[in-house]
Every structure is written in C-alpha cells, then in structure tokens.
Design a protein around this ligand. Sequence first.
Ligand SMILES: Cc1cc2nc3c(=O)[nH]c(=O)nc-3n(C[C@H](O)[C@H](O)[C@H](O)COP(=O)(O)O)c2cc1C
Length: 328
Amino acid sequence: MNRPPGRSPRTAVEAAVEAARWAPSVHNTQPWTFAVTGEEISLRADADRRLRVADDEGREMLVSCGAALFTMRVAMRQAGYRPVVRILPDPDRPALLAVVTAGEPAEPDERTSVLVAEIERRRTHRAGFTGLPVPDRLVQALVRSAAAEGARLTPVRAPEAVAVLAALTQAAQGVQARNRRFSLEVIRWARPPGSSRTDGVPAGGYPLQAARTEPHFAQRDYAWRHRWGSTGADPGATDPGVVAVLTTGGDTREDWLAAGQALQRVLLHACAYGVSAAFHTQVLEMRHLREFVREELCSGEYPQMIMRLGVTFDAKDAVRRPLDDLLD
Ligand SMILES: Cc1cc2nc3c(=O)[nH]c(=O)nc-3n(C[C@H](O)[C@H](O)[C@H](O)COP(=O)(O)O)c2cc1C
C-alpha cells in the first residue's frame, strides 16, 4: 500500500507517543520515557519512578510500561502504519523495554478506531459499581482480548473465591496502612487538591466517601487523614462488579510487559462498551499473599492484576505529564 495521504511515518510516531501518555500506571507514576529517532520509538523504564517499597522487583513498573506500549501500537496503527515491535531488544540495556517502528502503511481497521477513541476517556474507578450488568458476551470478548496479548483474563464467578480475594485485599491494605514505609510511599504519590503536579493520583480520582461493596474490596488510602476526594460519587453504587484476575504463564520481564499490553487492551475494549475497571493490587505486592493467590485461585499461573469490572457514571479527574517531560 502507498503512504496514506497526509500521514507520514513521523506523524504516526508522534501520535503514538502522545497517546502513550494516557496509559494507566501504578499510582500514576508514569514510569516511562520515550526517545524518538526518525521512524522509531524507544520505550524505556524510568527506574526513578519505581515504587521502592511496593514494587521492589519492578513488576508493576513493567506492567505499566506494557500498557503504554499497547497504547503506542494501537495509536500508530490508527495513524496508518503497522507497528513493528521488538521487546527487550538489548540484554545490555535492560531499561530499554521495546523499540517500536512505523512499518508498512495500512488503513486502520474498525477495532483499532474503537480502541483509540477510548485512550483519553478511560479512567480508573475506585468505588462500587451501579449494578447495571456487564454482559457475559462482553466478558468473553475481554477474555479473548487478553489472550491475543499472551495473557489470561479469568472472571472469578464463585462467590467463595470472590470473598477470599476481598478478604485478602482487606488484609493486605490493613498491613500496608500500618506499615510506615508503605504508607509514606502512597502519600508520596497522592496529589493534593489544587496541586500543579502532573503525576500521582489526583484527589478527584477517588470519592470522598466510597460506599462499601459486598463483599468489600478495600481501596488504597490516597487521602491519608485528609478530607480529600470527589463528592459527586453515587452513594448507592455498592455492586462489586465482575471480579477478574489477569495472569501469565511465567513471571519474567517479558510476561510483565505482555500483562501490561493485555491490561490496556482489555481496559480500552471494556471502556468502548461503557464498562470501567477498579484495581486492587495490594495483595500482589506482598510476596506470600501473591503466592497464595497463584496457587489457590490461579491454577499456578502468575497473577498480574486483580480487577473489578462494572458500570459507573462518576466523573473522575486525570493528570499526565506533558510530552516534553517524557522525551529523552
Ligand atoms: C500495575 C498497576 C497497578 C495499579 N494498582 C492500583 C490499585 O491497587 N488501586 C487503585 O486504585 N488503582 C490502581 N491502579 C490504577 C492507577 O492508579 C491509575 O492507572 C493511575 O492513577 C492513572 O489514572 P487513570 O487510570 O484514571 O488514568 C493501578 C494501575 C496499574 C497499571
């Protein structure tokens, strides 16, 4: 195919980097940088933004970067070029996570356009859902979306298993809240109301008072002793939604990047159907609890994300760093 009219590989590269800013990341750390050389983007992990306490191995950092990578791929495809991706291309440069090149020109397909339309609209939810149903057909389609990226999304249907995950989340949250190092790290990434910072979790990103779901899934305490949070939340939204676990067969850096790509594909796909996600990763930050979830609930696969999927009408704030801060 010839070059699409008005679109150069360079504009596709720019569109990809601009879109990647909007990927989800743990505590909105945005732990990535991009270097653009001609028609090529190098995605690097920014280790200064890794959570030293909660994420000593860098797993959540790489899941976050994987989400940015999927966003780049799909935005480049929308801009008229097939992305060519090399994952962890240089063993001597472990921070270099991927190199994405604008390959063959190609008209975007409908699925790509649908996903791209959600990149800036998608938001993390941090409360109960309305109880409007998430259609089973959509859940099955999300399972296929994750599989296409080399990960497995498993809806947790048995009430006993949902209760176990809720209880583990509560326990992990309790331990972390009582641990000074964990707490200080969460506070470090909490963005106070009116702050001009462009990273961290904004006070408009969670409710002042979240209604309890049944079973209750404990939220991170970003407001820590302050009366922060949005007041527009629906107090009647007490439905936990569909609980699901994203897993991978291995637990290498490649697996973490695959999990991140699968995560963002699932989130954008769900968002296109009016379904949002809440995350509860406290359990996965505690080695023994993660191992328990792996053995007891994930058939030996490695849990990379615990989430709830549902319908919400709450508006949420989002902040991102400007492009200039992200370019190497
Ligand atoms: C690996 C990973 C772990 C996360 N863990 C949590 C979590 O435990 N609790 C939570 O409320 N949000 C969690 N999030 C969501 C981020 O806080 C969110 O993506 C970030 O603040 C940006 O906001 P947005 O998703 O609304 O754009 C996680 C995101 C990622 C990628």
